[in-house]
Design a protein around this ligand. Structure first.
Ligand code: ADP
Ligand code: MG
Length: 704
């Protein structure tokens, strides 16, 4: 709403007719309705069609509310005590129905007139196949004239406590009905530029709010909602697009103007494989981003195993060739260690040192590293959050790569780019694909690259679903794979609230596996959250080296772990896992040349949603498809990394169902932001004014 405090929409809700202090308290507590504006944005979830009068013969159990017109044939009070009720029969030319009252009996009885025409409205019920209404609304009408209410009556989301205070889903409409006439067009001014109103054929903002609550027709309602949904997407998009467009225009960034010796030597002599087309494309994007004098802020989304590490490494070499330092930050110690190992081995014949800084780096070494970073004698460092602590100072950080970004908060990232006078270029890599629509909405201020191609020669992983009654034959299958020299993961879920119970069920599982795979013919590693880091590391290493053939684990191995010889991923109680977790776990196999399998073991009782998840896993290996399905099944709020985004504050729009509207909103927002990032053009002024009025409310991240 517009920012001025004089604006009627900022009035406290208790100023509204019909809202006393008690109801106001409840509205605040139960529905977060504090102001007139909040009530205006409390949209009905459906409408009851009061334009229609049903014939009694047409009433059926699928109709929730109905309006009927007929003659009152008779009425009488029957029953005793709590069963005492007033029953009346209403008849139209097609049949008869029953009206019942349990309360206010004598009052209603006095009011009813036999032989009179009534228009009745209420919730439909059926008793012994006969239609009836309990406590209907009644209105006297002239005989022979059909008299409908000519509107769609809104029904609002509400709560039990509010219902008890007379504010159920329908009564709530009275409040909105009291509010709307108080608002004039200047209270809900247009905020979209004319060109967009025209292109989208949108109704005005003022009309949209009126019609979304009290529509004059179904068509008017749909138009109103379409406009409001568009506005939700558009405003979120334009705020991010402006941040991005301004960065493109005004930010200062260090320039990597040459491709130097380190890059070339590594690329031509030590790269162990050909880059995929997707990897090359992303490198080109990064190259051009770091050449134009503006700061790069790029999100790289790649499916599990698409080869993001090598892209990161080549980018870092580019920075170092140009005289800058580069760092790579991972969310956990295990992952930082693993990046350090693989990058060290890739660079083993190169004249460049790699260092690792984590929470467990010993003091002496830490001191040495900090000193070298500050002096600039150390150019490539890998680490965890330890890299962003105050004490870490870089001489000239040119590129920061952040792996698996959703585990880092925005503030944590921001502290990285404060570490240099000119902010370093930033490459954010996500471990698990998130749906495109979500990426657009949550990360609209970043530039966006996608790696949707896996390196060649990978055999697709075969995924199957088995009920746990087949466990023995599944274990037999694993035995065969081990005979061929392969290794297997067996994963147990964290299900219970209690760590102790989880631990016990893991131990039980372990004993069961051990009985099937006895020593000394088979050796088993076990890793779980209760072990201390050294024990974990030792057990992990035994598996990595091939000293053990089976890894029994909870989900601690979820991301990043790389054991190419492992060819089976068995997931126990797979129905307890989310889709992105299952996909990550599956990504632990299929990393070598051998054919790999993922087996999802479940009980035979599955919820519909669990069944959908399993079906999705079996039918595709594509992380992007899986992410879309995940969004569809769970909604955006539950997708990792988006909850804190703040831009997903959607009241009406739906990321899954309203994709087309989102696409248009994004396209038009980007166009305006790139052409006129200050919104100084005459037709953009009202948008500028509106965005100004939102100042101080959350915008997701202004990260440079
Ligand atoms: P992720 O994108 O999941 O981080 P990684 O960077 O760990 O993937 O790469 C997965 C595996 O694929 C590694 O073993 C890596 O060496 C290998 N790899 C990466 N790029 C290629 C390529 N172009 N050709 C063949 N193998 C590749
Ligand atoms: Mg990775």
């Amino acid at each position: 709403m517009t920012g001025s405090n004089q604006n009627i929409l900022s009035y406290p809700i208790e100023y509204l007719k019909g809202v006393g202090p008690q109801r106001a308290d409840l509205l605040k507590k139960e529905l977060n309705i504090f102001t007139f504006s909040d009530l205006l944005h409390h949209f009905p979830y459906r409408h009851i069609d009061r334009t229609k009068i049903f014939r009694i013969v047409d009433l059926n159990p699928s109709i929730e509310f109905a309006q009927v017109q007929g003659v009152l044939v008779n009425f009488e009070v029957i029953g005793e005590k709590s069963a005492r009720r007033l029953i009346a029969n209403l008849k139209d030319d097609s049949g008869t129905m029953e009206l019942t009252w349990f309360q206010g009996i004598s009052w209603v009885q006095k009011m009813l007139r036999q032989g009179q025409q009534y228009l009745v409205f209420g919730r439909m019920g059926f008793f012994m196949g006969k239609p009836q209404m309990v406590h209907p609304e009644l209105e006297v009408v002239q005989a022979g004239t059909a008299q409908t209410k000519n509107y769609l009556e809104p029904v609002y989301p509400t709560t039990e406590k509010l219902k008890a205070r007379g504010l159920g889903g329908r009564p709530m409409a009275k409040l909105v009905q009291a509010l709307l006439p108080l608002l004039s067009e200047k209270d809900i001014p247009e905020n979209l530029p004319d060109s967009i109103l025209h292109r989208g054929q949108f109704v005005s903002r003022y009309a949209a709010y009126q019609q979304a609550h009290f529509p004059s027709s179904t068509e008017a309602y749909e138009k109103a909602v379409r406009r409001l949904k568009f506005e939700e997407f558009f405003i979120a998009q334009i705020r991010l697009a402006i941040v991005r467009a301004k960065r493109h225009r005004y930010s200062k960034g260090v320039v990597f103007d040459k491709v130097g010796d380190l890059f070339n030597t590594f690329y031509h002599k030590h790269l162990p494989f050909q880059l995929t087309g997707a990897q090359k494309r992303v490198l080109k994007e990064i190259r051009s981003d770091t050449l134009n004098g503006h700061q790069m802020n790029r999100l790289l989304q790649g499916d599990v195993g698409s080869g993001k590490t090598i892209v990161a490494l080549l980018s870092m070499l580019l920075a170092i060739d140009n005289g800058f330092q580069a760092c790579m930050m991972a969310p956990t110690e295990i992952l930082a260690q693993q990046h350090f190992n693989s990058i060290s081995s890739l660079l083993k014949d190169m004249p460049i040192g790699v260092h690792l800084l984590t929470g467990s780096t010993k003091n002496g070494e830490r001191k040495y590293i900090l000193q070298c970073l500050a002096e600039g004698s150390l150019s490539l460092i890998i680490g965890t959050h330890a890299l962003i602590e105050e004490v870490v100072q870089f001489k000239n950080l040119g590129l920061a790569v952040i792996d698996e970004q959703h585990r880092f908060g925005v503030a944590q990232r921001a502290s990285l780019w404060k570490k240099a006078a000119v902010p370093p270029h930033v490459l954010v890599m996500t471990a698990t694909p998130i749906p495109r629509t979500l990426a657009m909405t949550a990360y609209g201020d970043l530039d966006y690259s996608i790696m949707d191609e896996l390196p060649p020669g990978r055999q697709p992983i075969t995924t199957v679903h088995r009920y746990d009654t087949y466990r023995v034959s599944v274990l037999e299958f694993i035995k065969d794979e081990i005979e061929k020299g392969r290794q297997a993961y067996i994963i147990f879920p964290l299900i219970e609230e209690s760590v102790k119970l989880d631990y016990e069920s893991l131990m039980q599982g372990y004993e069961h596996v051990k009985a099937f795979f006895p020593e000394p013919r088979y050796w088993i590693s076990m890793v779980h959250g209760r072990q201390n880091p050294e024990v974990k590391e030792t057990n992990m290493q035994r598996f990595v080296k091939g000293d053990t053939q089976i890894m029994v684990s909870t989900t601690v191995i979820e991301v990043g772990v790389n054991v190419p010889n492992a060819s089976v991923m068995l997931i126990e109680n797979a129905e307890k896992f989310g889709l992105s977790q299952l996909h990550q776990l599956r990504g632990r196999v299929g990393r070598g040349a051998e054919k790999s399998y993922c087996i999802l073991l479940t009980s035979s009782k599955l919820s519909n949603e669990a069944r959908e998840r399993i079906k999705t896993m079996v039918s595709t290996n594509n992380g992007f498809e899986i992410a879309e399905k995940d969004l569809e099944l769970r909604g955006p709020g539950d997708i990792e990394g988006t909850r804190q985004s703040g831009t997903l504050n959607l009241r009406l729009a739906d990321l899954v169902k309203d994709k087309l509207i989102l696409d248009a909103a994004k396209k038009w927002a980007e166009q305006i932001a790139e052409e006129d990032p200050e919104l100084d053009a005459a037709e953009n002024l009202r948008l500028k004014h509106y965005l100004g009025s939102l100042q101080g409310k959350t915008v997701w991240s202004k990260i440079s």
